[in-house]
Design a binder for this molecule. Structure first.
Ligand code: EPZ
Length: 431
Protein backbone atom coordinates (compact mmCIF):
# COMPACT_ATOMS: atom_id res chain seq x y z
CA UNK A 1 0.00 0.00 0.00
CA UNK A 2 1.27 3.50 -0.89
CA UNK A 3 1.68 6.59 1.35
CA UNK A 4 -0.13 9.88 0.70
CA UNK A 5 2.94 11.64 -0.63
CA UNK A 6 3.75 8.68 -2.70
CA UNK A 7 1.04 7.68 -5.09
CA UNK A 8 1.23 5.44 -8.06
CA UNK A 9 -0.10 4.93 -11.50
CA UNK A 10 -1.56 2.12 -13.51
CA UNK A 11 -0.44 1.72 -17.11
CA UNK A 12 -3.11 -0.10 -19.09
CA UNK A 13 -2.92 -1.41 -22.65
CA UNK A 14 -6.55 -1.61 -23.66
CA UNK A 15 -8.56 -3.76 -26.04
CA UNK A 16 -8.27 -7.19 -24.42
CA UNK A 17 -11.62 -8.86 -23.57
CA UNK A 18 -11.30 -9.95 -19.93
CA UNK A 19 -11.76 -13.67 -19.27
CA UNK A 20 -11.79 -15.85 -16.17
CA UNK A 21 -12.93 -15.87 -12.56
CA UNK A 22 -12.38 -13.32 -9.77
CA UNK A 23 -13.21 -13.70 -6.06
CA UNK A 24 -14.94 -10.79 -4.33
CA UNK A 25 -13.30 -9.18 -1.27
CA UNK A 26 -15.09 -8.45 2.00
CA UNK A 27 -17.11 -5.23 1.97
CA UNK A 28 -15.26 -1.99 2.89
CA UNK A 29 -18.49 -0.20 3.76
CA UNK A 30 -19.64 -3.08 5.98
CA UNK A 31 -16.26 -3.63 7.71
CA UNK A 32 -15.74 0.03 8.78
CA UNK A 33 -18.91 0.46 10.93
CA UNK A 34 -18.56 -3.06 12.37
CA UNK A 35 -14.99 -2.22 13.43
CA UNK A 36 -16.27 0.97 15.12
CA UNK A 37 -18.95 -1.08 16.90
CA UNK A 38 -16.20 -2.89 18.83
CA UNK A 39 -15.90 0.30 20.92
CA UNK A 40 -19.30 -0.54 22.44
CA UNK A 41 -17.76 -3.45 24.37
CA UNK A 42 -16.85 -2.97 28.06
CA UNK A 43 -14.19 -5.63 27.95
CA UNK A 44 -13.40 -8.40 25.52
CA UNK A 45 -12.86 -9.04 21.84
CA UNK A 46 -14.74 -8.99 18.60
CA UNK A 47 -13.43 -11.35 15.97
CA UNK A 48 -14.09 -10.33 12.36
CA UNK A 49 -13.89 -12.62 9.33
CA UNK A 50 -13.63 -11.70 5.61
CA UNK A 51 -12.08 -8.27 6.34
CA UNK A 52 -10.62 -6.69 3.16
CA UNK A 53 -7.01 -5.45 3.09
CA UNK A 54 -7.56 -1.79 2.25
CA UNK A 55 -6.13 1.63 3.18
CA UNK A 56 -9.46 2.66 4.74
CA UNK A 57 -9.56 -0.46 6.93
CA UNK A 58 -6.02 0.33 8.04
CA UNK A 59 -7.05 3.91 8.88
CA UNK A 60 -10.01 2.69 10.98
CA UNK A 61 -7.70 0.22 12.70
CA UNK A 62 -5.20 3.03 13.49
CA UNK A 63 -8.09 5.13 14.85
CA UNK A 64 -9.27 2.32 17.16
CA UNK A 65 -5.70 1.81 18.40
CA UNK A 66 -5.43 5.57 19.08
CA UNK A 67 -8.55 5.20 21.25
CA UNK A 68 -6.99 2.35 23.27
CA UNK A 69 -8.05 -0.79 21.41
CA UNK A 70 -5.67 -3.62 20.49
CA UNK A 71 -6.12 -4.70 16.87
CA UNK A 72 -4.59 -7.91 15.50
CA UNK A 73 -4.78 -8.89 11.86
CA UNK A 74 -4.18 -12.28 10.28
CA UNK A 75 -4.78 -12.24 6.54
CA UNK A 76 -8.55 -11.54 6.20
CA UNK A 77 -9.43 -11.94 9.86
CA UNK A 78 -9.15 -9.28 12.55
CA UNK A 79 -9.45 -9.30 16.32
CA UNK A 80 -10.28 -6.05 18.14
CA UNK A 81 -9.68 -6.18 21.89
CA UNK A 82 -11.23 -3.60 24.21
CA UNK A 83 -10.20 -3.21 27.82
CA UNK A 84 -11.96 -0.59 29.92
CA UNK A 85 -13.24 2.77 28.71
CA UNK A 86 -11.78 3.99 25.38
CA UNK A 87 -10.36 7.47 24.92
CA UNK A 88 -12.96 9.93 23.60
CA UNK A 89 -10.80 12.43 21.76
CA UNK A 90 -10.13 11.41 18.16
CA UNK A 91 -6.91 12.50 16.40
CA UNK A 92 -7.64 14.87 13.49
CA UNK A 93 -4.75 13.38 11.48
CA UNK A 94 -6.74 10.16 11.12
CA UNK A 95 -10.21 11.67 10.83
CA UNK A 96 -9.03 13.91 8.00
CA UNK A 97 -7.81 10.84 6.11
CA UNK A 98 -11.20 9.18 6.01
CA UNK A 99 -14.80 10.45 6.43
CA UNK A 100 -15.89 7.10 7.84
CA UNK A 101 -13.85 7.92 10.97
CA UNK A 102 -17.00 9.79 12.00
CA UNK A 103 -18.56 6.36 12.67
CA UNK A 104 -16.92 6.33 16.11
CA UNK A 105 -19.18 9.21 17.23
CA UNK A 106 -22.18 7.05 18.19
CA UNK A 107 -20.23 4.23 19.93
CA UNK A 108 -17.96 6.64 21.90
CA UNK A 109 -20.90 8.79 23.03
CA UNK A 110 -22.74 5.67 24.19
CA UNK A 111 -19.65 4.29 25.97
CA UNK A 112 -17.93 7.38 27.32
CA UNK A 113 -20.71 10.01 27.46
CA UNK A 114 -18.52 12.48 25.53
CA UNK A 115 -16.60 12.74 22.29
CA UNK A 116 -14.41 15.27 20.56
CA UNK A 117 -14.42 14.58 16.81
CA UNK A 118 -12.80 16.88 14.25
CA UNK A 119 -15.40 17.37 11.53
CA UNK A 120 -14.35 15.30 8.52
CA UNK A 121 -15.54 18.07 6.16
CA UNK A 122 -16.39 17.52 2.54
CA UNK A 123 -14.54 15.51 -0.09
CA UNK A 124 -14.25 15.39 -3.87
CA UNK A 125 -17.81 14.12 -4.28
CA UNK A 126 -19.71 16.53 -2.06
CA UNK A 127 -19.99 18.73 1.06
CA UNK A 128 -21.21 15.77 3.14
CA UNK A 129 -22.60 17.47 6.27
CA UNK A 130 -23.41 15.49 9.47
CA UNK A 131 -26.55 17.41 10.49
CA UNK A 132 -28.71 14.26 10.49
CA UNK A 133 -26.28 12.50 12.85
CA UNK A 134 -26.35 15.46 15.25
CA UNK A 135 -30.13 15.89 15.03
CA UNK A 136 -30.71 12.25 15.94
CA UNK A 137 -28.21 12.24 18.81
CA UNK A 138 -29.73 15.44 20.19
CA UNK A 139 -33.12 13.71 20.24
CA UNK A 140 -31.46 11.05 22.42
CA UNK A 141 -30.43 13.76 24.86
CA UNK A 142 -26.92 14.59 23.67
CA UNK A 143 -25.59 18.14 23.78
CA UNK A 144 -23.81 18.84 20.52
CA UNK A 145 -21.49 21.79 20.07
CA UNK A 146 -19.32 22.73 17.11
CA UNK A 147 -16.09 24.38 18.12
CA UNK A 148 -13.06 25.21 15.98
CA UNK A 149 -13.97 22.66 13.35
CA UNK A 150 -14.70 19.88 15.81
CA UNK A 151 -17.90 18.46 17.22
CA UNK A 152 -18.06 18.17 20.99
CA UNK A 153 -20.80 15.82 22.07
CA UNK A 154 -21.87 15.08 25.65
CA UNK A 155 -24.52 12.88 27.19
CA UNK A 156 -24.43 11.55 30.76
CA UNK A 157 -26.81 8.81 29.56
CA UNK A 158 -28.37 8.56 26.11
CA UNK A 159 -32.12 8.00 26.25
CA UNK A 160 -34.17 6.16 23.62
CA UNK A 161 -36.15 8.40 21.23
CA UNK A 162 -38.24 8.40 18.06
CA UNK A 163 -36.04 9.67 15.22
CA UNK A 164 -37.22 10.38 11.67
CA UNK A 165 -34.34 10.78 9.20
CA UNK A 166 -35.05 13.46 6.57
CA UNK A 167 -32.86 11.38 4.22
CA UNK A 168 -31.97 7.65 4.65
CA UNK A 169 -28.32 8.50 5.33
CA UNK A 170 -26.09 5.42 5.68
CA UNK A 171 -23.69 7.05 8.13
CA UNK A 172 -26.40 8.66 10.27
CA UNK A 173 -28.31 5.36 10.50
CA UNK A 174 -25.10 3.57 11.58
CA UNK A 175 -24.13 6.16 14.21
CA UNK A 176 -27.64 6.34 15.68
CA UNK A 177 -27.97 2.56 15.73
CA UNK A 178 -24.68 2.19 17.62
CA UNK A 179 -25.69 4.95 20.07
CA UNK A 180 -29.13 3.40 20.66
CA UNK A 181 -27.96 -0.14 21.57
CA UNK A 182 -26.64 1.12 24.95
CA UNK A 183 -29.20 3.91 25.46
CA UNK A 184 -31.84 3.82 28.19
CA UNK A 185 -35.13 2.58 26.76
CA UNK A 186 -36.32 2.17 23.18
CA UNK A 187 -35.24 4.02 20.05
CA UNK A 188 -37.15 4.04 16.77
CA UNK A 189 -35.22 5.10 13.66
CA UNK A 190 -37.64 5.83 10.81
CA UNK A 191 -36.61 6.30 7.15
CA UNK A 192 -33.41 4.51 8.09
CA UNK A 193 -30.97 3.46 5.36
CA UNK A 194 -31.57 -0.08 4.04
CA UNK A 195 -28.19 -0.83 2.48
CA UNK A 196 -26.89 -4.41 2.98
CA UNK A 197 -24.04 -2.89 4.98
CA UNK A 198 -26.63 -1.68 7.54
CA UNK A 199 -28.02 -5.22 7.82
CA UNK A 200 -24.46 -6.50 8.38
CA UNK A 201 -24.06 -3.99 11.23
CA UNK A 202 -27.44 -4.97 12.72
CA UNK A 203 -26.44 -8.66 12.62
CA UNK A 204 -23.07 -7.81 14.21
CA UNK A 205 -24.71 -5.83 17.03
CA UNK A 206 -27.29 -8.57 17.61
CA UNK A 207 -24.51 -11.16 17.85
CA UNK A 208 -23.00 -8.88 20.55
CA UNK A 209 -26.30 -9.04 22.42
CA UNK A 210 -28.11 -5.95 21.13
CA UNK A 211 -31.91 -5.99 20.75
CA UNK A 212 -32.82 -4.71 17.28
CA UNK A 213 -35.77 -5.36 14.99
CA UNK A 214 -36.58 -4.25 11.46
CA UNK A 215 -33.37 -4.70 9.43
CA UNK A 216 -34.00 -4.11 5.75
CA UNK A 217 -37.34 -2.40 6.40
CA UNK A 218 -36.26 1.20 6.86
CA UNK A 219 -37.71 1.23 10.39
CA UNK A 220 -35.30 0.08 13.09
CA UNK A 221 -36.53 -0.55 16.64
CA UNK A 222 -33.74 -0.76 19.26
CA UNK A 223 -34.12 -1.66 22.94
CA UNK A 224 -31.07 -0.39 24.83
CA UNK A 225 -28.96 -2.87 26.79
CA UNK A 226 -26.70 -2.39 29.83
CA UNK A 227 -23.72 -3.86 28.02
CA UNK A 228 -22.71 -5.87 24.98
CA UNK A 229 -20.67 -9.05 24.69
CA UNK A 230 -17.73 -10.36 22.64
CA UNK A 231 -18.71 -11.97 19.34
CA UNK A 232 -17.49 -13.38 16.05
CA UNK A 233 -18.80 -11.51 13.00
CA UNK A 234 -18.73 -12.21 9.26
CA UNK A 235 -18.34 -9.31 6.82
CA UNK A 236 -20.52 -9.54 3.69
CA UNK A 237 -19.01 -9.58 0.19
CA UNK A 238 -18.31 -6.16 -1.34
CA UNK A 239 -21.17 -5.55 -3.79
CA UNK A 240 -19.46 -2.45 -5.22
CA UNK A 241 -16.19 -4.28 -5.91
CA UNK A 242 -18.14 -7.20 -7.43
CA UNK A 243 -20.11 -4.83 -9.67
CA UNK A 244 -16.92 -3.04 -10.75
CA UNK A 245 -15.52 -6.32 -12.11
CA UNK A 246 -18.85 -7.18 -13.77
CA UNK A 247 -18.70 -3.80 -15.53
CA UNK A 248 -15.04 -4.46 -16.44
CA UNK A 249 -16.21 -7.65 -18.14
CA UNK A 250 -19.03 -5.81 -19.93
CA UNK A 251 -16.92 -2.83 -21.13
CA UNK A 252 -14.22 -5.16 -22.57
CA UNK A 253 -16.93 -7.42 -24.04
CA UNK A 254 -15.32 -10.28 -22.20
CA UNK A 255 -16.46 -13.34 -20.30
CA UNK A 256 -15.81 -13.15 -16.57
CA UNK A 257 -17.31 -14.73 -13.48
CA UNK A 258 -17.41 -12.94 -10.14
CA UNK A 259 -17.35 -15.48 -7.30
CA UNK A 260 -18.62 -15.15 -3.73
CA UNK A 261 -21.15 -12.38 -4.48
CA UNK A 262 -24.68 -11.93 -3.11
CA UNK A 263 -26.54 -11.34 -6.39
CA UNK A 264 -29.58 -9.89 -4.64
CA UNK A 265 -27.42 -6.97 -3.44
CA UNK A 266 -26.96 -6.01 -7.10
CA UNK A 267 -30.52 -6.21 -8.38
CA UNK A 268 -30.59 -2.60 -9.55
CA UNK A 269 -27.36 -3.03 -11.53
CA UNK A 270 -28.46 -6.38 -13.00
CA UNK A 271 -31.73 -4.81 -14.16
CA UNK A 272 -29.81 -2.02 -15.91
CA UNK A 273 -27.36 -4.43 -17.55
CA UNK A 274 -30.31 -6.47 -18.81
CA UNK A 275 -31.85 -3.27 -20.23
CA UNK A 276 -28.53 -2.57 -21.99
CA UNK A 277 -28.65 -6.04 -23.57
CA UNK A 278 -25.78 -7.38 -21.46
CA UNK A 279 -26.30 -10.96 -20.41
CA UNK A 280 -25.48 -11.83 -16.80
CA UNK A 281 -25.86 -15.43 -15.64
CA UNK A 282 -26.71 -15.79 -11.96
CA UNK A 283 -25.70 -19.15 -10.48
CA UNK A 284 -25.72 -19.59 -6.67
CA UNK A 285 -23.19 -17.02 -5.42
CA UNK A 286 -21.56 -16.47 -8.79
CA UNK A 287 -22.39 -13.89 -11.47
CA UNK A 288 -21.08 -14.40 -15.01
CA UNK A 289 -21.06 -11.61 -17.57
CA UNK A 290 -20.50 -12.90 -21.06
CA UNK A 291 -21.46 -10.26 -23.58
CA UNK A 292 -19.69 -9.66 -26.89
CA UNK A 293 -22.42 -7.22 -27.93
CA UNK A 294 -22.15 -3.40 -27.73
CA UNK A 295 -24.39 -2.18 -24.89
CA UNK A 296 -27.55 -0.19 -25.60
CA UNK A 297 -27.85 3.32 -24.15
CA UNK A 298 -29.64 3.71 -20.79
CA UNK A 299 -31.19 6.14 -18.35
CA UNK A 300 -29.80 5.66 -14.84
CA UNK A 301 -30.81 7.48 -11.64
CA UNK A 302 -28.78 6.96 -8.49
CA UNK A 303 -30.91 6.32 -5.40
CA UNK A 304 -30.60 5.01 -1.85
CA UNK A 305 -30.67 1.19 -1.66
CA UNK A 306 -32.37 -0.79 -3.18
CA UNK A 307 -32.06 1.82 -5.94
CA UNK A 308 -29.02 2.12 -8.26
CA UNK A 309 -25.94 2.83 -6.14
CA UNK A 310 -24.15 6.14 -6.49
CA UNK A 311 -20.92 4.14 -5.92
CA UNK A 312 -21.48 2.52 -9.34
CA UNK A 313 -22.37 5.70 -11.21
CA UNK A 314 -18.81 6.51 -12.44
CA UNK A 315 -18.17 2.93 -13.62
CA UNK A 316 -21.56 2.90 -15.41
CA UNK A 317 -20.67 6.25 -17.06
CA UNK A 318 -17.51 4.64 -18.46
CA UNK A 319 -19.57 1.78 -19.93
CA UNK A 320 -22.21 4.10 -21.38
CA UNK A 321 -19.46 6.16 -23.06
CA UNK A 322 -19.19 3.18 -25.44
CA UNK A 323 -22.90 2.37 -25.72
CA UNK A 324 -25.16 2.71 -28.75
CA UNK A 325 -27.04 5.99 -28.77
CA UNK A 326 -27.48 8.51 -25.98
CA UNK A 327 -27.64 7.77 -22.24
CA UNK A 328 -28.61 9.94 -19.28
CA UNK A 329 -27.37 9.65 -15.71
CA UNK A 330 -29.03 11.52 -12.83
CA UNK A 331 -26.82 11.69 -9.74
CA UNK A 332 -29.25 12.36 -6.84
CA UNK A 333 -27.06 11.46 -3.81
CA UNK A 334 -23.91 13.60 -4.07
CA UNK A 335 -23.84 17.09 -5.53
CA UNK A 336 -20.40 16.92 -7.19
CA UNK A 337 -19.83 13.33 -8.26
CA UNK A 338 -19.04 13.89 -11.94
CA UNK A 339 -15.32 14.76 -11.64
CA UNK A 340 -14.43 11.63 -13.63
CA UNK A 341 -16.40 12.93 -16.65
CA UNK A 342 -13.72 15.40 -17.70
CA UNK A 343 -11.08 12.66 -17.46
CA UNK A 344 -13.23 10.35 -19.61
CA UNK A 345 -13.58 13.18 -22.12
CA UNK A 346 -9.76 13.16 -22.47
CA UNK A 347 -10.24 9.60 -23.77
CA UNK A 348 -12.78 10.73 -26.37
CA UNK A 349 -15.98 10.23 -24.40
CA UNK A 350 -18.76 12.67 -25.37
CA UNK A 351 -20.38 13.77 -22.09
CA UNK A 352 -22.44 16.91 -21.39
CA UNK A 353 -22.94 17.89 -17.77
CA UNK A 354 -25.98 19.89 -16.66
CA UNK A 355 -26.01 20.18 -12.88
CA UNK A 356 -26.57 16.67 -11.51
CA UNK A 357 -27.38 15.28 -14.96
CA UNK A 358 -24.89 13.77 -17.41
CA UNK A 359 -25.86 13.22 -21.05
CA UNK A 360 -23.58 10.68 -22.69
CA UNK A 361 -23.36 10.32 -26.47
CA UNK A 362 -22.02 6.77 -26.94
CA UNK A 363 -18.87 6.44 -29.05
CA UNK A 364 -17.71 3.36 -30.97
CA UNK A 365 -14.29 3.59 -29.31
CA UNK A 366 -12.19 5.40 -26.71
CA UNK A 367 -8.52 6.35 -27.06
CA UNK A 368 -5.90 5.79 -24.36
CA UNK A 369 -4.70 8.93 -22.50
CA UNK A 370 -3.07 10.16 -19.28
CA UNK A 371 -5.83 10.66 -16.72
CA UNK A 372 -6.09 11.41 -12.97
CA UNK A 373 -8.19 9.59 -10.38
CA UNK A 374 -10.08 12.15 -8.29
CA UNK A 375 -11.71 9.72 -5.87
CA UNK A 376 -12.19 6.00 -5.28
CA UNK A 377 -15.03 5.15 -7.69
CA UNK A 378 -14.03 7.81 -10.20
CA UNK A 379 -10.63 6.11 -10.32
CA UNK A 380 -12.26 2.74 -10.97
CA UNK A 381 -14.19 4.25 -13.90
CA UNK A 382 -10.94 5.42 -15.50
CA UNK A 383 -9.40 1.96 -15.14
CA UNK A 384 -12.46 0.42 -16.85
CA UNK A 385 -12.28 2.96 -19.68
CA UNK A 386 -8.56 2.25 -20.05
CA UNK A 387 -9.23 -1.50 -20.32
CA UNK A 388 -11.58 -0.85 -23.26
CA UNK A 389 -9.68 1.97 -24.96
CA UNK A 390 -7.41 1.68 -27.96
CA UNK A 391 -3.76 2.11 -27.05
CA UNK A 392 -2.26 2.96 -23.69
CA UNK A 393 -3.89 4.71 -20.74
CA UNK A 394 -2.04 5.88 -17.64
CA UNK A 395 -4.19 6.43 -14.55
CA UNK A 396 -2.41 8.59 -11.94
CA UNK A 397 -3.17 9.01 -8.21
CA UNK A 398 -4.25 5.39 -7.82
CA UNK A 399 -3.83 5.67 -4.04
CA UNK A 400 -7.54 6.46 -4.23
CA UNK A 401 -8.13 2.91 -5.52
CA UNK A 402 -6.18 1.31 -2.66
CA UNK A 403 -8.78 2.75 -0.33
CA UNK A 404 -11.46 0.43 -1.65
CA UNK A 405 -10.05 -2.22 -4.02
CA UNK A 406 -7.79 -5.00 -2.74
CA UNK A 407 -5.06 -5.95 -5.27
CA UNK A 408 -6.92 -4.50 -8.26
CA UNK A 409 -3.96 -4.72 -10.65
CA UNK A 410 -3.25 -8.38 -9.74
CA UNK A 411 -6.91 -9.32 -10.14
CA UNK A 412 -7.12 -7.63 -13.55
CA UNK A 413 -3.91 -9.32 -14.73
CA UNK A 414 -5.41 -12.71 -13.71
CA UNK A 415 -8.35 -11.85 -15.97
CA UNK A 416 -5.97 -11.28 -18.87
CA UNK A 417 -5.62 -7.49 -18.71
CA UNK A 418 -2.35 -5.84 -19.78
CA UNK A 419 -1.77 -3.70 -16.72
CA UNK A 420 1.35 -2.66 -14.86
CA UNK A 421 1.78 -0.60 -11.73
CA UNK A 422 4.29 2.16 -11.13
CA UNK A 423 5.22 4.58 -8.40
CA UNK A 424 4.78 8.26 -8.90
CA UNK A 425 5.87 11.05 -6.64
CA UNK A 426 2.92 13.47 -6.52
CA UNK A 427 5.12 16.28 -5.18
CA UNK A 428 7.68 15.90 -8.01
CA UNK A 429 4.90 15.76 -10.63
CA UNK A 430 3.17 18.89 -9.27
CA UNK A 431 6.39 20.96 -9.31
C1 EPZ B 1 -21.83 5.91 2.66
O1 EPZ B 1 -21.35 7.24 2.88
C2 EPZ B 1 -20.72 5.18 1.90
N1 EPZ B 1 -19.51 5.19 2.68
C3 EPZ B 1 -20.47 5.88 0.56
O2 EPZ B 1 -19.52 5.11 -0.17
C4 EPZ B 1 -21.76 5.90 -0.23
O3 EPZ B 1 -21.58 6.64 -1.41
C5 EPZ B 1 -22.89 6.56 0.60
O4 EPZ B 1 -23.03 5.90 1.87
C6 EPZ B 1 -24.24 6.52 -0.09
O5 EPZ B 1 -24.58 5.23 -0.40
C7 EPZ B 1 -19.37 4.27 3.68
O6 EPZ B 1 -20.22 3.47 3.97
C8 EPZ B 1 -18.09 4.31 4.44
P1 EPZ B 1 -24.79 9.17 3.44
P2 EPZ B 1 -22.12 8.23 3.90
O7 EPZ B 1 -24.74 9.65 4.85
O8 EPZ B 1 -22.57 7.45 5.08
C9 EPZ B 1 -26.24 13.68 2.76
C10 EPZ B 1 -17.59 4.65 -1.43
O9 EPZ B 1 -17.32 4.95 -2.60
N2 EPZ B 1 -26.21 13.80 4.24
O10 EPZ B 1 -25.81 8.16 3.09
O11 EPZ B 1 -21.26 9.40 4.10
C11 EPZ B 1 -24.83 13.57 2.18
O12 EPZ B 1 -24.22 14.81 2.05
C12 EPZ B 1 -18.26 5.69 -0.51
O13 EPZ B 1 -17.34 3.55 -0.94
C13 EPZ B 1 -26.64 14.97 4.83
O14 EPZ B 1 -27.06 15.91 4.15
O15 EPZ B 1 -23.36 8.64 2.99
C14 EPZ B 1 -25.07 12.88 0.87
O16 EPZ B 1 -25.40 13.81 -0.09
C15 EPZ B 1 -18.34 7.04 -1.13
N3 EPZ B 1 -26.59 15.07 6.18
C16 EPZ B 1 -26.24 11.96 1.19
O17 EPZ B 1 -26.86 12.47 2.37
C17 EPZ B 1 -26.12 14.05 6.98
O18 EPZ B 1 -26.07 14.19 8.21
C18 EPZ B 1 -25.83 10.50 1.42
O19 EPZ B 1 -24.92 10.45 2.49
C19 EPZ B 1 -25.68 12.87 6.36
C20 EPZ B 1 -25.74 12.75 4.98
Amino acid sequence: MKTNQESGFLKIKGGTPLKGKVKVQGSKNAALPVMAAALLLDNGEVHLRNVPKLLDVQTMSDLLVSLGAVVKRDDHTMTIEIEGEPAWETPSSLVRKMRASSLVLGPLLARCGRVILPLPGGCAIGSRPMDLHFKGLSKMGAQIELDKGAVIARADKLVGARIYLDFPSVGATENLLMAAVLAKGETLIENAAREPEIDNLVRALKSMGAAIEGEGTGILRVRGQKELNPATIDIIPDRIEAATYLLAGAITRGDITVKGVVAEHLNALLAKLDEAGIEVINKENELRVNSPARPRGLTVKTMPYPGFSTDLQPQMMALLSLAEGTSVIYETIFESRFLHASELQKMGAQIELQGNTAIIHGQSSLIGAEVYATDLRGGAALVLAGLAAEGETVVYDVHHLDRGYENMAEKLILLGAEVCEGKDNIKARKQ
